[in-house]
Design a protein around this ligand. Sequence first.
Ligand code: ACO
Length: 443
Amino acid sequence: MAATAKGDTAKRETATGETATIILEGKSYELPVVRGTEGEKAVDISGLRKASGFVTLDRGYENTGSCRSAITFIDGERGILRYRGYPIEDLAEHSTFTEVAYLLLYGELPTAGQLEEFSTFLNESSLIHEDMLHFFVGFPRGSHPMGILATTVASLSTFYPIPDQLDGKAERQILANLISQVRTIAAISYKKSIGEPIVYPSYRLRYVPNFLTMMFSSPVKDYRIDEDIVRAIDLFFILHADHEQNCSTSTVRMTGSSLANVYAVISAGISALWGPRHGGANQAVITMLQQILAEGGDGTEFIRRAKDRNTTDRLMGFGHRVYKSYDPRASILKRHCHKLLNRPGMTDPLFDIAQRLEEIALKDDYFLSRNLYPNVDFYSGLILRAAGIPYDMFTVLFAIGRTPGWLAHWREMYHGEDFRIARPRQIYTGPGARAWVERSKRG
Ligand code: ACO
């Protein structure tokens, strides 16, 4: 089998664009070449099976573009991340999470009036149905808040049924419900886990102070809003808001492609995010740093284990399927960690260990030769610790931040021209057809 791109020549020769030639069993097939606005290139194999009987095999979809998308651009080699064309560094510096959510969903930065309207709408959508509070009593003590979040978000579908005709108004309400209520549910699940009465959202507060107040105030104690903490959480949400076709977003597109209820679709995304190789890594990083602190070493021993193929240990918060250089989100978070942890009384020994680990790893040929650099999770848990967020809630905060991204992808897919149910093929490797055997004759 051979594949060659005809490149610019083909582009000049044909009005329809470039093609790639693939030769299979001696027969050649012309396949369209598709280019993105940033020069990303793909061979469109949509017609390959029909024409040739062949499918492609791509473990972990590493080389497979599953859709065209205009939401987020990543250049993993150069460490670039942009939402709707805006560099993540600029959004982190100048925007708020609510503004970024609007940008992801609707494609443009909002005017001041649009932002005000959107924020008000989020506030108006923040209460969950009172009957849902019964659910939180039923979960066993010690339940992981991600399990509670996934279950409760799916249950929103029963309290807020989706009309058969999903018009613009109904869709806007669903998007606002999810962005706003995922935060309310997260705070309630925390309050229930520590046995305190729940705190309702307030129209007077913006998105992040509202969340922190629901988390940390109580009938006997007001939460004093600390603008540095608000900024840290806002930044965390912005940096987690989207990351193109990652595992949970692909899950959202996959589930959504069956036209499943959108609340259930986001619940599926939350479940996919939970795993330690994805969003769960922010918890795993803190566990690793605490283990190193307890062992009293400088991390060298942990790094030795992470490199050893006979152990399952990995340097958590390092490596990324797409970034083959420093994750730009990790640099921003690291800088912010310095700022936050320099405040009086805010030091964290785990931050020192993290920096030492990074220094050791980035001098080690094992990590350098495999292009393993810190990813977003390496420093994000430290920011959350500094903000007083309990360990079990780390991945939940990731989910709150990622919700606008999931919804933007769901919306793009739902309204897209090439919307089809996602249904990959496989290469079957099991037994060939065989005769059924009587139970008494098996052995
Ligand atoms: N520590 C030690 N070795 C590693 C690490 C790591 N963190 N990450 C990758 N490697 C090694 C692998 O063992 C493999 O080595 P080999 O070539 O000798 O077999 C090589 O680097 C390539 O690794 P893969 O697992 O093939 O890379 P992949 O792209 O499939 O995995 C992943 C990416 C899952 C993120 C991986 O780097 C990892 O497990 N990192 C730690 C968990 C983590 O931080 N996850 C968060 C990701 S960011 C996010 O989801 C928000």
